[in-house]
Write a protein that binds this ligand. Sequence first.
Ligand code: AMP
Ligand code: ZN
Length: 309
Amino acid sequence: MAVKCKRCKTNNAEVYLAHSNLNLCPSCFLLLTERKVKHTIDAYKMLSKDDRIGVAVSGGKDSSSLAYILNSLFEKIDVALIYIDLGVPEYSQHCLEKVETLAKMLDRELIVYSLEREMGFKIGDFKQTIYGRKICSACGTIKRYLFNKIAYDLGLTKIATGHNLDDTVETLFNFYLEGNVEAMLRLKPYLPRTHPKFVPKIKPLIGLTDFECLLYAEYRGLPTRTIECQFSRGSRMQRRKELLNMIAEKIPNFKHSLMNSHFKRILPNLEIALSKHEIKIYECPSCGMPTSLEGMPCHFCKLTKTLRP
Ligand code: AMP
Ligand code: ZN
């Protein structure tokens, strides 16, 4: 006999969420997923009603789900989608088409920032530089800088990204391995304004797993990319995520517990312990945007300088 949905007790269950031991039908799954996101937003006080949010959409399952959920939860809040065209052959065009379809579906403005048009280079140009073997990390720096710059220039009050639980636990795992305490202090579900030119960042999907985001996008029929970026760091990150999933098979709420203890217990204590060593923020002498580096160009300017002859 088919298993019934634990919530409505009427429909047949199609989804099993091991971490909460729930069998759900598609419509109850969608409803509970949206409630979880709402709960995260409320718990971390991520939004207020006069916010103007820029949702960074990549064409992936996470950010498409995020845009859909924010749009339906907060009909009255100003939401615009931001897409950065990194100029990766085939891939960037493919993703652009997906986010264009998404923006039409949600009837929200799509801001497209083309790296090539605005800055005169493509992400692949780093191949020829000392960052050639670290393209993904260079790309991450470029994207973070631009999300902030675009939102700042447009007067947006929050930037939302689609980072989920699996991304966060994988990142935390690395920081622990490296003992990278500074990076740990910056990784937060809600990063408030620490400088007038820093736009606050929020990660409303931080409580959802990869699996939940994938299912959500599928059940809602959201447009999502079907090809991989040719520079993708994929394999290493993927392997670490698989490893963490193996632990979660034995301890179903492992990822949830790790994240909760980190944000609720470890991080607040770290902040108190390190409060004497206040992290200073300077302005880049080259572009004027905020940076942790004193008296030298910010990471973005340092990177882009390598592309100039
Ligand atoms: P990633 O760094 O690829 O793991 O992506 C993390 C988050 O950054 C995504 O969920 C999106 O919110 C955002 N993002 C990544 N790539 C882009 C892009 N090309 N344009 C806009 N947002 C992006
Ligand atoms: Zn149900």
